[in-house]
Design a protein around this ligand. Structure first.
Ligand code: NAD
Length: 335
């Protein structure tokens, strides 16, 4: 079933959840015995991503016409971690599709750490490059901090610079890690109310869990962050009306850990027996009112959101250099 599915096909709790009404769990948060179980509404990222990419393509074209060259995104890949390589390759393909120039700087895993920092420094100084994406995880020999010291925060389109993190924490405009933004945007764009709702985020990494929690807070949810030392994870997740899971542990959240009618965003990407699976057990779809599929949920949206950041960065940099801008160039992700 797609995100635009017939609401009448949802269970009562599901319809209430999707409409933004409170759908309280049963006693203790467990599904009520004998409660009707219906498939959750699937929150798919691809249709949302396609709409965003179309908008970005228009903006990139306008920027190119105004500035005389397409905006450029530089991707820095260190080593050959297969998952990182696939992700970065996809980003470059997406750039091509929307008229953004994608540049790959590929360095060997055993490169001297200074060379990575130097590469980022050169790209930061290059006026043709509007945004820089550093593939993570970096090999253990490369200190992220040293790389960040050379990254121009104005080009930090994936929000990894401490300045970007600080801006987010202060509730000010800045670049937010694209995955965290995608995890929250998929809810917003699916019409799910966040203000005043109990949200639980599983995972506290700087790139997903923590920024996702701050974004939920910005949208007035009441937020709990869980992590590897949370004493009773199930008790926390069962209280969630909105549950975002980003732990990288397949099956960490079972169906019995999801409150009936809850909305679940599964950010996890894990390969199990050659299949890509999330962190949430597939049977949670029988309990939740809405859930993101894996694959096909947050992932596609992440890439599209990264492109909006690139266009925003290009506009800001052109503006600060006094260059003429296309009239609609200040691209904001439409809510
Ligand atoms: P990470 O390893 O940096 O962080 C994992 C977090 O999960 C940690 O904060 C840890 O405390 C928590 N955690 C681990 N085990 C736990 C447990 N048993 N109980 C509670 N919390 C636990 O990972 P990350 O970079 O934040 O990525 C998380 C997941 O998101 C991974 O599966 C990753 O592949 C996926 N991811 C998806 C996208 C996307 O676009 N969909 C992008 C980036 C990462």
């Amino acid at each position: 079933m797609d995100g635009a599915a017939d609401p009448s096909a949802m269970a009562d709790g599901a319809a209430a959840g999707a409409a933004g009404m409170s759908a309280p769990p049963g006693p203790g948060g467990a599904p009520a015995p004998g409660a009707a179980r219906t498939a959750a509404r699937l929150l798919r990222g691809a249709p949302l991503a396609a709409a965003i990419r179309a908008e970005v393509a228009r903006e990139a074209e306008a920027l190119c016409a105004a500035l005389g060259s397409p905006p450029a995104l530089a991707v820095v890949r260190v080593g050959d971690d297969p998952a990182t390589a696939v992700y970065l390759q996809r980003v470059l393909e997406n750039c091509r599709q929307v008229g953004i120039e994608g540049r790959l700087v590929a360095l060997d895993a055993d490169v001297h750490p200074d060379r990575v920092a130097d590469a980022v420094g050169r790209l930061s100084a290059d006026e043709r490059v509007a945004g820089i994406l550093v593939g993570q995880p970096l090999p253990p020999t490369i200190a992220l901090d040293a790389v960040l010291r050379r990254l121009d925060p104005a080009k930090d389109i994936d929000g990894i610079h401490p300045l970007s993190a600080g801006m987010l924490a202060l509730g000010r405009d800045g670049f937010v890690p694209a995955t965290a933004e995608a995890a929250v945007e998929i809810l917003v764009r699916s019409g799910i109310e966040l203000a005043g709702r109990r949200a639980v985020v599983v995972g506290r990494s700087n790139v997903v869990g923590k920024p996702a929690a701050l974004l939920l807070l910005r949208r007035h949810a009441t937020v709990t962050i869980c992590h590897s030392r949370t004493a009773d994870l199930a008790a926390e997740t069962r209280r969630a009306e909105i549950l975002i899971v980003a732990a990288g542990r397949p099956g960490l959240v079972g169906a019995d850990m999801v409150a009936p009618g809850a909305v679940v965003v599964d950010v996890g990407i894990n390969v199990v027996d050659g299949r890509i699976v999330g962190d949430v057990d597939e049977r949670a779809a029988e309990v939740a009112s809405a859930i993101t599929p894996v694959p096909g949920g947050v992932g596609p949206l992440t890439n599209a959101i990264l492109l909006t950041h690139l266009v925003r960065a290009a506009c800001a940099q052109a503006g600060s250099r006094g260059l003429p801008l296309p009239s609609r160039a200040a691209l904001e992700v439409p809510a």
